[in-house]
Design a protein around this ligand. Sequence first.
Ligand SMILES: C[S@@+](CC[C@H](N)C(=O)[O-])C[C@H]1O[C@@H](n2cnc3c(N)ncnc32)[C@H](O)[C@@H]1O
Ligand SMILES: [Zn+2]
Length: 249
Amino acid sequence: MKKNSCTGKPELSAAKHKYRLLDLFCCAGGAAKGYNDVGFEVVGIDVNPQQRYPFTFIQADAFSLTPEFLMSFDAIHASPPCQSYSDLAKRNGNASKWPRLIDPVRDMLIDTGLPYVIENVEGAPLRNPIVLCGTMFPGLRVLRHRLFEVNFHFFAPPHGRHPRVHTFDKRKSHYGKTDDMVDFVQVTGGGNCTIAAARDAMGIEWMNKGELNEAVPPAYTRYIGNFILHHLRSGTSRKVAVGKETVWV
Ligand SMILES: C[S@@+](CC[C@H](N)C(=O)[O-])C[C@H]1O[C@@H](n2cnc3c(N)ncnc32)[C@H](O)[C@@H]1O
Ligand SMILES: [Zn+2]
């Protein structure tokens, strides 16, 4: 086997070793699609059935997974439900109605020793999170800030000015002056744009409106996925299958 000239460790080309990523709290797979696009084999876990998840799907509670199962992957992404951290819940004073899952998820991921990503909304208690926005990715037309906590080298693209966003609200001065199939949109619980516009703006053609409201645009995780690949390929340790065992080399 060819060895890395610096580390002396075996060199694995992407072609020989397809990295596996576990997608916790996967919903209909917005995040999953981006990771798969850059070459990861993705397995999704959700407590609810997900008929439209485009990859291997297992219906399970994320907190019921064994350490052995978690560590059979090369990296883990987790998007725990964000309701308790959302502005809406804070405004309505009912944030405590939903479980606060970020701390237990982080503990679980740190215990694996794997590269991890925790995604959530602004206001969520992530550690040193990096914000990604639709304006950072050519081709997207969505204003959607999402926070990402990671344990590998990662930085965001430059954040430009927010453009005018399409509205159905007659009280807004630009009402009637935008087109939701051309201009930037906001995809949230309310009726801010049509489902066709939301799909087009987020680069997600297979989801219904409820799923789109929850989804990470795949462009975000294509971007993050490349950092994970770099980390896995250049890191000081990586996992290799030897027979039925997985070992660190
Ligand atoms: C914000 S959505 C994930 C969005 C997804 N990352 C995407 O990009 O499309 C959160 C998901 O967590 C699921 N969920 C909630 N509690 C769970 C648990 N204990 N175990 C597994 N999934 C859970 C919900 O059913 C929901 O689909
Ligand atoms: Zn922004």
